[in-house]
Every structure is written in C-alpha cells, then in structure tokens.
Design a protein around this ligand. Structure first.
Ligand code: UDP
Length: 349
C-alpha cells in the first residue's frame, strides 16, 4: 500500500511513519516544511520525503494523491493560542488548504483518513462525548478560539456529505489530547504557544512559573501517542472495511485529569527525575486569568471526556497507557533531548 502523509514531520505524522515502516511493507510518501522529527526514518528505502509547503507545492500533492492509495492530510495549526492570535491563518491552512485536498481525494477516488478533533465538541455539557449523538457547542464569534473547531467541523460535514453521496471513502478521527515525545518544541513553549503538557515541561526546564489558567479546574483526557497510533494502524489496515464511513473518538477516558493535578504530577515527576532531583530551585505554580494568558478571544472547555465505544466495537481498540506512564515517558523524552542538546558541541567549538 502507498500512504500519503501531508505534515509528516508533525507529532502524529512522525510517529505514524515510524510504525508503518517497522510493521508493514507499505511505502510512505511524506511532505513537510522540515524533517527534524524524522531522524529515525529519513533514509529508509520505503520512506519518500520531500520538503515542501501544502500551500505552494500543489502539483506534487495532486500527483501523489493520484499515485497513493490512502491520504492523511495532517497539516494544521492546532494550538489554542494561535487560534486567537492568527485566526485567519488557521482558516486558510486548516480549512482552505485541506478542502482542496479533500476534493482531490473525491476526484481521484482515494481513501482519506481525516484528522477531525475533540475540539469540535466544544463546550458540550455531556459527561462523555459521543460521535453520533453529542451536540457540538461553540461560543460567540468574538471568541476567536472557536475558528479551529468550526473549520474542522465544516470539513467533517463536507467529508460526511461526500461519503453519503457515495463518492468518498473516508474515516474521521478525533484525537483527545494526545501526548508523547515530539509533541511540540520547548522553544515554542517559551513563547507560551504550545499545548499544555509541553507548556508545563518547558516551564519546569526553564525554571519559569507553571501557569494554571483560571485555576486549572478544567480537565482533559490525556492519551499516549502509541495508543493513538495503534488505532490509526487498525484504521489504515481497515480489515473488513471496519473503519469506512466512520467517526472515531480516540482518547483515553481513564486518563481524565484536571489541569491543576496535571501540574502537580509533572512537578513531582520532575523533582524526582534523575537529571533534576538535585536542582536547588523548582518552578512555582501560579494562577492567571484566561484573558491575561490568552487574550480576550479565548473561551475554555471545562470537560472533555471521550466515549470510545465505537472504536472499541469496530476497531477492537483499547487505550492501554496510564496517565502516569504517559507523562513520565513524555517528560523523559523532552529532558533527554534537552540534555543531549547541551552535550553536543556548538558549531563554533
Ligand atoms: N492551560 C493552562 N496553562 C498553560 C496552557 C494551557 O492552564 O500553560 C490550560 C488551557 O486553558 C486548557 C488546558 O490547559 O484548559 C488544555 O490546553 P491545551 O493548550 O493543551 O489545548 P486544548 O486541550 O484546550 O485544546
């Protein structure tokens, strides 16, 4: 099988490529702006990488959509701070560029596995979110945070409609706060624009305060990347068309945790980590209101727990990694990466 991954150097793309090359005989064709997360796969005979931008290298993309069997368009801005600072950038990249790719999948009759998002449920008040019955609840227009959710939701609806017309073979996946090595970079976290786990790890590493937005009573269901990739592999294999025309929440309801508890757990793990247990100073945990941290365009989501019945039943998938293990492995990977950065000599040396 030939798999096209746009955004192959991203968090999900890089982990998925590694797994595909290790476990199958498939070929991966990937495009991204850079390749720094692909160290383990660049040079592999079945990994075909091109440096490029989906908004520019349109001919390469169209040619490879024609050539491949399945397309994963993973390019998107997916950090809340950017939804508020650059909402039109989110719309142009996440919506417009991806719509073109979806339409090409229709034109060339190619299967698409499209990354929807847990963010589409917005401020849904259900205890757990169900793909087929939960309401998708967004805030008012001046709350620009919702442009990401809204863009993704409309693409979900477009894909669904093509599917109903019988002209698109699709699966929609909804990752719930996936975490793990290579999630975001600590450097972007320095500017405050990463997702919460990287943000907190960066605060620990750079001895800055860990900020709990509005007190940190909001919660998320953190899911380890390897569990997510297990589900994606089943979807790609698609035995008996088990994933065709389906929407899957991919998250770990057992790992639901408040942001406040998350901060406490990470601080504790950091204090006991072999590389840092002898530090003399550690980050403090502080509270900041959302307007100060994000700006006026922000609105939070207080609970986000997935129902994963559909994935359990159809994919026979069950996330296995506990929150503690997921955080430990994520923290470890960032700290090891950071210490090897220090260990490697500067170019001028
Ligand atoms: N958050 C926080 N401190 C930070 C970054 C994020 O308290 O330094 C909160 C944020 O307000 C949200 C949650 O952590 O409630 C998760 O934020 P994230 O950026 O990971 O994305 P989301 O899950 O909202 O898409």
């Amino acid at each position: 099988m030939k798999v096209l991954i746009l955004g192959v150097n991203g968090f999900i793309g890089s982990h998925l490529s590694t797994r595909i090359l290790a476990e199958t005989d498939w070929n991966v064709y990937g495009m991204d702006l850079t390749d720094h997360k692909l160290k383990g796969v660049i040079g592999h005979e079945r990994f075909h990488f091109i440096e490029g931008d989906i908004a520019i290298n349109k001919e390469w993309i169209e040619y490879h959509i024609k050539k491949c069997d399945v397309v994963l368009p993973l390019v998107a801005i997916a950090t809340p701070k950017t939804y508020i600072e650059n909402p039109l950038g989110v719309f142009e990249l996440d919506f417009e560029e991806n719509l073109r790719i979806i339409k090409q999948c229709v034109r060339y009759n190619k299967r698409i596995i499209f990354p929807s998002t847990s963010e589409v449920y917005g401020m849904c008040t259900s205890e757990s979110f169900d793909e087929y019955s939960s309401h998708l609840v967004l805030g008012p227009i001046p709350k620009q945070r919702w442009i990401y959710s809204c863009s993704k939701q409309l693409l979900d609806r477009v894909i669904w409609a093509y599917g109903q017309n019988g002209v698109l073979d699709f699966t929609l996946i909804r990752p719930f706060n996936w975490i793990g090595p290579r999630l975001d970079s600590l450097e972007t976290a320095k500017e405050g624009s990463s997702r919460v786990v990287t943000q907190f790890i960066a605060a620990l590493v750079f001895q800055q305060p860990i900020v709990l937005v509005d007190g940190g009573t909001q919660s998320r269901s953190f899911t380890y990347i390897d569990d997510g990739i297990d589900a994606l592999m089943k979807i790609l294999k698609n035995e008996g068309s088990m994933a065709t025309g389906q929407i899957f929440n991919l998250g770990n309801p057992k790992n639901n945790c408040t942001i406040k508890d998350l901060a406490a757990k990470l601080l504790d793990m950091y204090k006991h980590h072999p590389l840092h247990r002898n530090d003399t100073k550690y980050s403090e945990i502080i509270i900041q209101d959302a307007d100060t941290f994000y700006g006026k365009g922000y609105q939070d989501i207080y609970t986000r727990v997935p129902s994963i019945e559909n994935a359990r039943e159809r994919l026979r998938w069950e996330p296995k990694i506990s929150l503690e293990d997921a955080l430990r492995m994520t923290l470890d990977s960032f700290l090891i990466e950071k210490s090897s950065d220090h260990a490697s000599p500067c170019p001028e040396d």
